[in-house]
Structures are given as structure tokens and as C-alpha cells.
Design a protein around this ligand. Sequence first.
Ligand code: DX5
Ligand code: ZN
Length: 224
Amino acid sequence: MVKPIIAPSLLAGDFAKLGCDCHRMFDSGSDWVHLDVMDGHFVPNITMGPPIISALRNAVPRKEEAPGKYFFDCHMMVSNPEQWVPEIAKAGGDQYTFHYEATEKPLELTKLIKANGMKAACAIKPGTSVDVLFDLAPHLDMALVMTVEPGFGGQKFMADMMPKVEELRRRFPNMNIQVDGGLGKGTVEVAAEAGANVIVAGTSVFKAADPKEMIAYLRGEVQQ
Ligand code: DX5
Ligand code: ZN
């Protein structure tokens, strides 16, 4: 059985207080934080890059006695994802999720990420068939099925992506399967039912009156 992992997206946080938001999410029970790196080329928006991730890592240092705590899940919405692997590793990224659409050599990139000491994950946009992941999946630590077009927070969850999640779960019962975009009350149930266990949530967590309660809710839905 895969375990539930809740990963609030700092994209919905306050960019003037990212370190505080990061602490607040971990203190509220999140397993990971999800860092959305956008280059203004692969997607029509620009967010953060290695310098900000490095500053966040200084604000939330790894704990030797608790490896895996304060996990930085880096979602790389960039063209030429090969280029940033060493820098994201150096900045303190724990997992590097590249987009299948952005590379010609997904297996080589997966190996490069692992050689740099990070976990490797591959994301597919809504228009990309899940079939492209079948051969790659055994080499990956996680697959990300986008449930919105990447680029912006606060969009509507695309329930029609769920057959992709179902197919991946059927083929890979023990794999981490992440969904990203529009997750919250009313949609996490659908994603969990399809087989997703890693839930990215930006707006729903940061706009919640009680983020702690929302994170617990999301976890509860995946656990069922
Ligand atoms: C969108 C990003 C998401 C985004 C999710 O391109 O990849 O991680 O922050 O935000 P919500 O949960 O608001 O849809
Ligand atoms: Zn994301």
C-alpha cells in the first residue's frame, strides 16, 4: 500500500514570506512542500529558481536525525530540464520532477537526476497520453498527472484526467502517483478514488481558515 503524502504548493503562499510559509506548512502537518519552478518559456509564467530554493533550504535545514523531513518537491516547468539538475540539487531539492514534453531523453534525464542525489519524477500535461510513462515508470520515484494546464494556481480540477491515474495505479500498485491542480474538498476524493496518493494543494490549503485542518482532511481522504 502506498502512503498518503500531502504537498502544499508554495505558489499559493506569500512570496514575501516564503520561509515563514514553508515552516507553517510543515508545522501544520504537511509531508512535503511543492515548489513550482517556471521559466516563462515552457509555461507562460515566471516564479522561482535555484536561488530561492537555496534560501528556503537555509530557512528549513535538513535534519540529520530525521532524513526525509522537510522534503522539497521541485516541479520543474522549464524547457531544457537537463540544464538545472545540478543547481537544484545544490540548492537543496529532494525530488526533481521534469516534464515529459520538455525532453527528448527522459530515461537519461532520470539517471542524471539520480546521479545528482535526488529522487526523479516525470510529469505529463493534460494533453499528453499516459502511455508515454509505461516504460519509464519502473525507473521513476513518482509520476505526476497534471490536473490543470501548468502555469498558474487556482484553476479548475480536470476530472477527465482520472483514467490516466487509474491506468498508472493498475500497472504500478506501489508507485507514488501525484496529482497537481485544483485539489481540495470535493476533488481530492475523486483523485484518491482513482489511485493518487501524493496530493499537491495550493489554493485550498493556503486559503483555508485552518490549513492544518485542510491538510488533515486531504490526508484522510487518501487514507480511506
Ligand atoms: C500549476 C502548479 C500547481 C499549482 C497548484 O502549474 O503546478 O502546483 O500551484 O495550485 P492549486 O492547488 O491552486 O490549483
Ligand atoms: Zn506544481
